[in-house]
Design a protein around this ligand. Structure first.
Ligand SMILES: [Zn+2]
Ligand SMILES: [Zn+2]
Length: 176
């Protein structure tokens, strides 16, 4: 193997991309950056670095930024429409809050998943959580009892808090 050839003193030393103190003669077959045995991932097409070995677009770190932007935009849209909708519906269905929260949480998760082209992962779970939080706080604020204290009364109401928590949990769980 050429990678195991004896080194000569005047040859330039190559250090691992991830571990600057570790000298190495191995490089990633995909991107070519030097890696040490700690970072080697054996794949069907040769030794790769950690980043190149990751399945494309499936993990949080592997998903392209555009999917986060699209997912966040879809989640925000669903959050605004759904957040106002749930507050209006709660007035018509007095005890429907919890069911509506699950539906809204799921719908927000669906919207993000659709926007993100079915990508999932921690980043999308965070987007889902924030979107659901916006849905419940913004909706409560806009359709609150008072224009000024709507948000505050909404957040201080334990039932509303539970409903919001359930909706946020549903949205985050949908993105697993
Ligand atoms: Zn690589
Ligand atoms: Zn290394």
């Amino acid at each position: 193997m050429s990678t195991l050839e004896q080194s000569t003193d005047n040859e330039e030393k190559i250090y691992c991309y991830y571990h600057p103190n570790v000298e190495t003669r191995i490089s990633c077959s995909s991107c070519g950056k030097p890696i040490c045995p700690q970072d080697m991932v054996y794949t069907s097409v040769g030794v790769k670095c950690r980043e190149c070995a990751k399945p494309v677009g499936r993990t949080a770190a592997g998903a392209k930024p555009i999917y986060y932007i699209r997912g966040a935009a879809a989640g925000l849209g669903a959050a605004i429409v759904g957040g106002i909708g749930i507050q209006l519906l709660r007035r018509l269905i007095p005890f429907g809050g919890f069911i509506l929260a699950i539906i809204l949480g799921y719908a927000i998760g669906e919207a993000i998943s659709w926007g993100a082209r079915r990508n999932s992962g921690l980043g999308f779970q965070i987007i889902a959580g924030i979107s659901a939080l916006i849905a419940f706080t913004l909706g409560g604020y806009i359709i609150g009892r008072s224009m000024y204290t709507g948000n505050i009364t909404f957040l201080l109401n334990p039932i509303s808090l539970l409903i919001a928590a359930l909706g946020i949990f549903t949205a985050v769980a949908r993105m697993r």
